[in-house]
Design a binder for this molecule. Structure first.
Ligand code: SAM
Length: 274
């Protein structure tokens, strides 16, 4: 019998009895049924190379390992869980590469997964996503769990209060879809917030680091005073801002939240060539 089938996150947590660290955003999802349902959104995983950020006691990890993966990279900051996975790797002969690192520092270009999965620690989730954006072109899919409000912002449409820089860049680089919202009680220990799983399917476009940085700069300026007319910010960023806005079909009273993702990309290209 395949020994990995006997692995369970609850048993792993009991065996190592590591107390959850709040400062590392450790709210664990232990229910195998929920984890199985989340992972099933990735389709056929046989032969895939996957990166999981923050395995902890391994609710998602165990589910991923039930497939015939080529490789599973685990990036984890908590040394206690690094040691635990090092033991489990030997004991169960797991196809995992264990990397002790901070996802905000780790050089993502040193590994080549096609899929990224994570129940992200809340405190670094948006910073981690901004780092991942720079590698989106090399991924087929990402399945990431965020605080519900962050997921709402990622998937927000123009003319809504949640629409902002994180929506524009996420939707420029990928197709985004909310998969499932989980109550706080699904986690141990229970946080004060709900969480939502978002699936990102990157578009086949090659965005350079420079383009992403330019876009971030432009969106920060445009959304920093979201109730004000966007032309004030654009005047400082691109030449002939009035004409460009009019050519795209917007009036001079337009606010940032009224501009579509597609049009922000066009405006950003102007900034680039400026
Ligand atoms: N995957 C597990 C689950 O779903 O139950 C744990 C998820 S828990 C919300 C977040 C995990 O990310 C923890 O294991 C934590 O130690 C790890 N972590 C926190 N900050 C990190 C960072 N900056 N880089 C890498 N891992 C981090």
């Amino acid at each position: 019998m395949d020994k990995t089938k006997t692995l369970s996150a609850r048993d792993i947590l009991n065996r190592f009895s590591h107390v959850a660290r709040k400062q590392l955003g450790q709210n664990f999802l232990l229910d195998p049924v929920i984890n199985q349902r989340i992972v099933s959104n990735l389709g056929d995983l046989n032969g895939k190379k996957i990166l999981e950020i923050g395995p902890g006691p391994g609710g998602l990890t165990v589910e991923l390992l039930s497939h015939q993966l080529e490789e599973l990279y685990l990036v984890e900051l908590d040394k206690r869980w690094i040691d635990a996975w090092t033991q489990l790797k030997t004991e169960f002969d797991l196809p995992i590469t264990i990397i002790e690192a901070d996802i905000l520092q780790f050089d993502l270009s040193t590994i080549n997964p096609s899929i990224v999965v994570s129940n992200l620690p809340y405190n670094v989730s948006t910073a981690a996503l901004s780092r991942l954006w720079h590698h989106f072109h090399s991924y087929e899919q990402l399945l990431l769990m965020f605080q519900k409000e962050v997921a709402d912002r990622i998937c927000a449409q123009p003319n809504s209060k949640d629409y902002g820089g994180i929506s524009v860049i996420s939707q420029w680089l990928s197709d985004v879809k909310k998969i499932q919202t989980l109550e706080a009680g699904s986690f141990f220990p229970a946080p004060k917030i709900k969480s939502t799983v978002v699936k990102f399917t990157p578009r086949k476009i090659t965005q350079t680091d420079e383009m992403i940085s330019n876009m971030q700069q432009m969106l920060n300026s445009c959304f920093s005073q979201r109730r004000k007319k966007v032309i004030k910010a654009l005047e400082k960023l691109i030449p002939n801002a009035h004409e460009r806005l009019a050519q795209l079909g917007y009036s001079l009273d337009t606010r940032a939240e009224q501009i579509s993702v597609e049009d922000f990309v066009k405006l950003c290209l102007e900034k680039q060539s400026h």
